[in-house]
Design a protein around this ligand. Structure first.
Ligand code: COA
Length: 335
């Protein structure tokens, strides 16, 4: 689909969907694998269980199911979708998994590509898609956050394996010339602190022929300094949200929901506290899913919309943060 120049002024949010794998890994079961306990994990993280992808539950498959549910809610014809962005750090095809989702959906007019920004990925993808829509280049976009971190977790490392799970979520966004429901946003990166949380490639040098060597491809497991990541989150997330609220003339009283990347309940509580949000406004479902990386925000959003917690025109302050390091915030009106 080629861009036109209609110069729309804003975006509106039309639908949501999500998918989680069937396998449930409880704290009790993890305790059989590493030296930990349900009590330790719950008290330090708030997590009780997480979902783990089975053989066919790839990022493409989970992303497809989440996208389909979002499209059904929005009642869009598949041919009218112009853009599909898949936020993921764990594509089942390194060349990109989004085109596979586009093909499965039969969204024949859409351009589809992946975007990688770890746990900030979904938020960065929503902002990216919105720029195409606000510029008038495209009219309708599907943004998906899907990750399968279970493939890259070191299942013998009790300091990190307890945190992560698999899943997908998606939303449908439309250009409009009447209003702008992406009220404001802010995005940040700090590669200097990247080593606090990363998943680097692990290459072995091998010989092609004669004296010509090459590096064979592969990845290590997730490498994390939990304490530093914790300090980063509880310092930077309140700051970026606070600045965004100032910039947009909002305050916590005027916000209906605080929707943070679901990393750790203690991070959610600490950020909510710093920003003076009452606990009822802090959305949380990480007890059931753990940290599903790019999927946590749309997974939580979809659950709250389908439970009728989030209603049309509710104001949501949302923030993604994680590896990169990367972090961002957006203020949106649902609908
Ligand atoms: N079960 C039991 N004990 C554990 C454990 C587990 N799963 N993991 C670590 N411990 C132990 C440590 O070995 C350490 O023991 P020691 O004092 O005898 O050496 C002790 O618990 C404290 O370890 P520490 O790393 O200081 O724990 P913590 O209070 O910082 O909690 C995290 C660890 C990972 C839960 C916490 O740092 C965290 O949530 N960080 C943020 C991580 C995150 O959100 N990453 C993703 C961001 S997108």
């Amino acid at each position: 689909m080629e861009g036109t120049n209609l110069h729309q002024i804003g975006v509106s949010f039309k639908g949501s969907g999500s998918y989680v794998p069937n396998q449930i890994l409880t704290n009790k079961k993890i305790s059989k694998k590493v030296d930990t306990s349900d009590e330790w994990i719950r008290s330090r993280t708030g997590i009780s269980q997480r979902r783990i992808s089975g053989l066919s539950e790839t990022v493409s498959e989970m992303g497809y199911k989440a996208a389909l549910a979002a499209i059904e809610m929005s009642k869009w014809d598949l041919e009218t979708i112009d853009l599909i962005i898949l936020a993921t750090s764990t594509p089942n095809d390194l060349f990109g998994s989004a085109p596979n989702i586009q093909a499965r959906l039969g969204a024949n007019n859409a351009v589809a590509f992946d975007l990688t920004a770890a746990c900030s990925g979904f938020l960065f993808a929503v902002i990216t898609a919105s720029q195409f829509l606000k510029a008038g280049s495209y009219k309708r976009a599907i943004v998906i956050g899907a990750d399968q971190l279970s493939s890259y977790v070191d299942w013998n490392d009790r300091r990190s394996c307890i945190l992560f799970g698999d899943g997908a979520g998606a939303i449908a966004i439309e250009a409009t010339n009447e209003l702008d429901n992406l009220i404001g946003f802010s995005m940040r990166s700090d590669g200097d602190r990247g080593a606090f949380l990363n998943l680097p490639s692990q290459n072995n040098q091998d010989l092609i022929i004669d004296d010509i060597t090459y590096l064979s491809g592969g990845y290590s497991t997730i490498n994390m300094n939990g304490q530093e990541v914790y300090k980063f989150a509880v310092r930077e997330v309140p700051l970026i949200i606070e600045n965004l609220l100032k910039k947009t003339n909002f305050n916590s009283e005027k916000i209906d929901w605080l929707l943070l990347h679901q990393a750790n309940q203690r991070i959610l509580d600490s950020v909510g506290d710093r920003l003076n949000f009452s606990p009822e406004k802090i959305l949380s479902n990480l007890t059931n899913y753990g940290n599903t990386s790019a999927a946590t925000i749309p997974l939580m959003l979809d659950e709250a919309i389908r439970n009728k917690k989030i209603k049309q025109n509710d104001i949501i302050a949302t923030s993604g943060f994680g590896a990169g390091l990367s972090w961002g915030a957006a203020l949106i009106k649902w609908g």
